[in-house]
Design a protein around this ligand. Structure first.
Ligand code: ADP
Ligand code: MG
Length: 343
């Protein structure tokens, strides 16, 4: 997990640590007038709306350091926040990072975490504008707040879906959940026999889906270029079924999606089978894919039908029709929430 060199955080102190972290921080936006170093970051607001969101990742609840590299964890902590701004059709601009850590972590470990954070800042073009550092007696906690911008007419809410709109998802579903099953299985094998090497080399895609998810900013930029504004949008953190129910509830509509249309990667499909899991259930209820679920007016069909990362999975119906899955065999199943319960 860590390199050979180990610098104790107690030798460095809180301010020493913050200074080390600050050295590698690059600010990319002129609006970020003051970053790390004063009592608060100073951000210039233009005439657009400000979007704010926060996601907390807690050790033992959201991640397990026995198989999560700190670099990936830092990246993921930023990506899941950027994903919330993408879901509002906004542009992420700044993040503020809070970490609570114990003396179990060295400077080198925290720098590795920040390497991932800085990499994500570069990939998503956001500025790390500040944060807070404190100690924790239990596990590592990372709390990220993201600030984003959007024009008033561009913001997409959960509540805008209209009857007959097309229901679309980006990428593929269920991979992150299957990756987690694999990592947990290898952890159990390792616990019983530490000589055993993890068998994950041929499962790279799904493991990456779990450990290093990406926010779909690329698709939000594509939609802007195609001049498409989704009527509603949400990111898939708890699973397709749960997110679709959120959109339907907020928009007061029903939905019909088709099992045959659900985008499932072949490795996700095959590995689900190995675990005796139904790939459709995994696609519907597996969390943490951080893909986007959105609705668009039917007039956008020609513009999106050939997009390689967008799949049309169904359409919006009247509220009274409920939220339904049409199976491959033509049966109708009501969709119920099975979002993740952390408690
Ligand atoms: P204060 O005592 O006013 O809360 P701090 O000493 O906590 O100030 O923070 C000093 C500066 O360092 C601030 O600009 C703060 O935003 C930044 N900072 C503190 N911890 C972190 C961190 N973990 N990551 C990034 N910036 C941080
Ligand atoms: Mg502070």
């Amino acid at each position: 997990m860590e390199n050979n060199k180990r610098t104790e955080l107690s030798d460095l102190g809180e301010f020493g640590l913050i200074n080390r972290l600050k050295e590698k921080v690059v600010l990319r936006h002129p609006e970020t007038q003051t970053g790390i170093g004063d009592d608060a970051a100073v951000i210039e607001n233009r005439n657009e709306l400000t979007l704010v969101s926060k996601d907390i990742l807690a050790e033992g609840v959201h991640f397990d350091l026995t198989y999560t590299p700190l670099r990936h964890l830092g990246y993921k902590a930023v990506a899941v926040n950027v994903s919330d701004i993408a879901a509002m059709n906004g542009i992420p601009k700044q993040i503020v990072v809070g970490i609570a850590l114990s003396n179990r972590f060295s400077l080198e470990a925290i720098e590795e975490l920040y390497e991932g954070i800085n990499q994500a800042c570069e990939d998503y073009n956001v500025d790390l504008a500040g944060g807070d550092t404190t100690s924790s007696r239990s596990g590592l906690i990372i709390s990220v707040t993201v600030l984003g911008e959007a024009k008033k007419e561009e913001v997409t809410y959960r509540s805008g879906a209209q009857v007959n709109d097309l229901i679309c998802v980006t990428g593929d579903l269920g991979g992150a959940y299957i990756g987690l099953q694999l990592l947990e299985r290898e952890k159990q094998v390792f616990k019983q026999d530490p000589e055993m090497q993890p068998q994950l080399s041929d499962k790279e895609y799904v493991v990456r889906r779990q450990l290093k998810p990406e926010a779909r900013m690329d698709v939000t930029y594509d939609l802007k270029e195609l001049k498409i504004k989704p009527s509603s949008m949400i990111d898939i953190s708890d699973g397709l079924a749960s997110e679709l129910l959120h959109i339907c509830k907020a928009s007061k509509v029903g939905a019909r999606i088709y099992e045959d249309k659900l985008p499932v990667d072949s490795m996700t499909f095959d590995t689900a089978r190995e675990f005796n899991l139904d790939p459709t259930t995994v696609a519907l209820n597996g969390g943490e894919d951080y893909e986007l679920l959105f609705t668009v007016n039917q007039s956008a069909f020609d513009k999106i039908k050939n997009h390689p990362d967008i799949t049309i999975i169904g359409h919006i119906t009247e509220y009274s029709d409920g939220v339904q899955l049409i199976t491959g065999g033509g049966n109708i199943f009501p969709i119920k929430a099975q979002g993740w319960v952390h408690f």
